[in-house]
Design a protein around this ligand. Structure first.
Ligand SMILES: Cc1cc2nc3c(=O)[nH]c(=O)nc-3n(C[C@H](O)[C@H](O)[C@H](O)COP(=O)(O)OP(=O)(O)OC[C@H]3O[C@@H](n4cnc5c(N)ncnc54)[C@H](O)[C@@H]3O)c2cc1C
Length: 374
């Protein structure tokens, strides 16, 4: 292992840091990736595994375009991981469904997608409003309470743990140093450029530093003049026993994994840094799942967990480079599975070029700066 002389030191080996590091290593950069111990908060190990576009970008068309581009790039990411390490993240994009349990819900979904379609302009935004009979053609397991739903071709799913494993294996196969148990406690900008990162495993230097540390990004960002206002949002997921293929399309809250389990989720609660599982939350998740797909009632739940989303105040990603210390970047988002392909295949280039493109400026932290907004 080298202790310095890296082109880039990436702090955080979750889906965001792992994807950026993978892209950097594939581009021939000398990369060190630092990660904490297993007890760390890790959204990447507790998520739902959707590569989801439908409904994203309301009020921020750039985010709709960015999410959609990632779902396209996901095929290339899958291929890259198989090429590097033989690990397929099981990506499939059969199009996703959002079932509605009332006409009001359906009409809200309709208006939202119409708005996204309008904002997409000439790029178009393909979607279908599904009536009672059409949704049953796509998802025959729907129960009588389902009033209809919406579908877009852009949505899909992957196995998020295989994705994590694939990203890590790929970056190592491409020559990056992956250092676990190396919590970064300090970032020191160096007078002539570059950074030294202080870790439990010693000091590590690089020309650039990427902060992709999830909930750790706030404290690390402050060390290089970046204000990173992330907060936790609790999400709970239930997993059923494996069953024969039942759902050909993922839905926003219920999907079938490549291994046959159904995932039921995912709640959204403000509980600070508490990751525990609540019975009443499980009950609510299961209740809605059974209303949508009554056959779920007969299945045994084999596992449940809680994990913390890394949320920004407006729910959109943060991509920024420090003005005070150029070469220090921060990347964070709450859809790290969906955006993994963009992060690996596109955002990693921004780090190499030392510049985040103008069209992505809307994701800088400046948008939270009240003095600039005034
Ligand atoms: C319940 C739930 C469901 C979700 N469902 C989906 C979904 O269906 N689709 C989707 O796209 N996204 C989903 N997400 C979001 C997705 O999981 C996250 O966007 C993504 O995992 C964030 O990755 P990350 O790398 O930023 O953060 P994390 O996974 O939290 O990784 C951060 C890493 O940084 C490390 N770290 C922190 N501080 C330091 C430090 N000082 N030094 C070194 N290392 C440090 C930590 O150890 C950790 O490994 C879901 C999330 C949750 C919780």
């Amino acid at each position: 292992m080298r202790c310095d002389g890296y082109d880039v030191v990436v702090i955080g080996a979750g889906l965001v840091g792992g994807a950026i590091a993978c892209g950097l290593a594939r581009a021939g950069q000398r990369v060190a990736v630092l990660d904490e111990e297993d007890a760390a908060y890790r959204a990447s190990r507790g998520n739902f595994g959707l590569v989801w576009v439908q409904g994203k970008g309301v009020g921020r068309p750039e985010y709709a375009r960015w999410s959609r581009a990632s779902s396209e790039r996901w095929f290339d990411l899958s291929e890259a991981l198989v090429e590097d390490c033989g690990l397929a993240p099981c990506y499939a994009r059969p199009g996703g469904v959002v079932p509605a349990l009332s006409d009001d819900e359906l009409s809200d979904l309709d208006s939202m997608l119409a708005g996204l379609g309008q904002a997409a302009g000439n790029a178009g935004y393909e979607y279908e409003i599904l009536d009672r009979s059409r949704i049953r053609e796509l998802l025959p397991a729907c129960g009588p309470e389902v009033a209809g739903g919406t579908w877009t071709p852009y949505d899909g799913q992957a196995n998020p743990l295989k994705l994590m494993r694939g990203l890590h294996a790929s970056l190592v196969a491409r020559g990056a140093d992956y250092l676990s148990g190396a919590r970064a406690d300090g970032i020191q900008p160096l007078p002539g450029g570059g950074f030294t990162v202080r870790t439990a495993r010693g000091a590590i230097s690089g020309n650039k530093v990427v902060i992709a540390a999830g909930h750790g990004s706030k404290a690390l960002g402050a060390m290089v003049g970046l204000d990173v206002p992330v907060h936790p949002e609790h999400g709970q997921i239930l997993v059923t026993e494996r069953v024969a293929p039942l759902l050909d399309h993922p839905t926003l809250n219920i999907r079938q994994t490549d291994e046959g389990s159904l995932l039921l989720g995912a709640s959204q609660e403000d509980r600070g840094f508490d990751t525990s599982v609540l019975a009443r939350t499980s009950r609510d998740i299961a209740h809605r799942a059974v209303r949508v797909f009554p056959c779920v009632a007969a299945l045994r739940v084999v596992r449940t967990w809680g994990a913390l989303r890394v949320m920004t105040p407006d729910g959109f990603p943060i991509y920024d480079q420090s003005k005070a210390h150029p070469g220090a970047f921060v990347f964070t988002c709450h859809s790290g599975v969906t955006l993994a392909a963009n992060h690996a295949l596109e955002a990693s280039r921004w780090v190499i070029e030392g510049r985040i493109p103008e069209e992505m400026a809307c994701f800088s932290t400046d948008r939270f700066d009240v003095s600039q907004a005034a």
